[in-house]
Design a protein around this ligand. Structure first.
Ligand code: FAD
Length: 275
């Protein structure tokens, strides 16, 4: 678990962010949690996120924040969730910082996009995520960039049916490159989030071809995954943000990381039996 998650406490995560910053990378902090079922849980999560901005500022870390709307009670009540998000954004704005709304499964795509658009009309301190495995993503990318929304592009981590998502990896990758081009030419600052060296190469080549400077976008990768590539991008002069999850509710995040790569599962099981 510790390979993918910085620890259980905010102090553990601050240590991880500091190490990542010292290695020349930016960070995004996620207090793990999703699908909360009660209002007190949603309020508690919102308080954790709001105070995270105070801690980031007092520790002088180069770090923004990533969160999930179901952690803020989207399954319980949309007005509750939006109200809590507004409070978090207010704290982010007070510290000149930024909130990234992670994208969850397709049941939440439309609502996440609409909430983000509404909030973005009031502040630049917010952005969201698009997943290249969804057919709708190219259209979403065009609409959201036209509305001025800053995006993180990922391939997508949830199991989605073939009527809404590409089933073949080659199609997901081709769509990733297509949408990356929409983002890079939008004039906004976006995150290209992947560990796939072919996606990095396509992004670098396209940026060079279009005269887009290295400081006009950033690559993003997950804590503990392909640190060799992370350092390589830094050495080449690119901006790289590391997504750092922490907290006690690590199980769903950990399972998504295992599912992405069968080798992780083998590694996990062999260590489990080694004790
Ligand atoms: C910063 C960041 C934020 C993200 N936020 C979201 C989000 O909000 N919503 C969402 O649905 N998904 C999110 N994801 C996950 C994403 O959708 C993919 O599931 C994940 O990044 C794996 O896809 P890939 O682009 O790395 O390419 P892949 O083609 O899956 O992998 C390329 C290579 O990367 C390495 N790799 C990939 N995954 C792993 C792993 N788990 N363990 C070890 N090596 C691995 C392997 O070397 C692999 O060959 C995020 C990813 C990143 C990097």
């Amino acid at each position: 678990m510790r390979r993918f998650v910085a620890g259980e406490s905010i102090d553990d995560s601050v240590k991880a962010v500091r190490a990542v910053n010292q290695a020349g990378c930016l960070a995004s902090l996620d207090c793990l949690g999703e699908s909360v079922a009660t209002e007190p849980e949603a309020r508690a999560a919102a308080e954790v996120y709001a105070s995270m901005f105070d801690r980031i500022a007092s520790e002088q870390l180069d770090c923004n924040v990533s969160l999930k709307l179901t952690q803020l009670g989207l399954d319980i009540s949309q007005p509750l969730c939006e109200g809590l998000l507004e409070e978090i954004i207010a704290r982010a704005t007070a510290h000149h910082n930024f909130v990234r709304i992670d994208m969850e499964g397709s049941a939440y795509t439309e609502r996440t996009i609409n909430i983000c658009k509404r909030m973005q009309a009031k502040t630049d301190a917010i952005g969201t995520v698009l997943q290249s495995y969804l057919y709708r993503t190219e259209k979403d990318a065009r609409e959201l960039t036209a509305a001025g929304v800053r995006l993180r592009l990922v391939k997508g981590a949830y199991k989605e049916p073939p009527n809404i998502a590409f089933a073949q990896k080659s199609d997901v990758d081709a769509n990733y490159v297509k949408v990356m081009k929409i983002l890079l030419t939008s004039g906004l600052y976006h995150g290209i989030a992947t560990h796939d060296p072919r996606m990095h190469q396509a992004t670098k080549e396209f940026a060079t071809e279009k005269g887009i400077r290295n400081d006009q976008f950033e690559f993003q990768m997950l804590y503990g995954i392909r640190t060799d590539l992370q350092q390589q991008l830094i050495r080449e002069g690119y901006r790289l943000r590391v997504y750092i999850p922490y907290g006690t509710d690590w199980f769903p995040y950990f399972m998504r990381r295992l599912a992405e790569r069968p080798a992780n599962l083998k590694f996990f099981i062999s260590n489990l039996f080694r004790g």
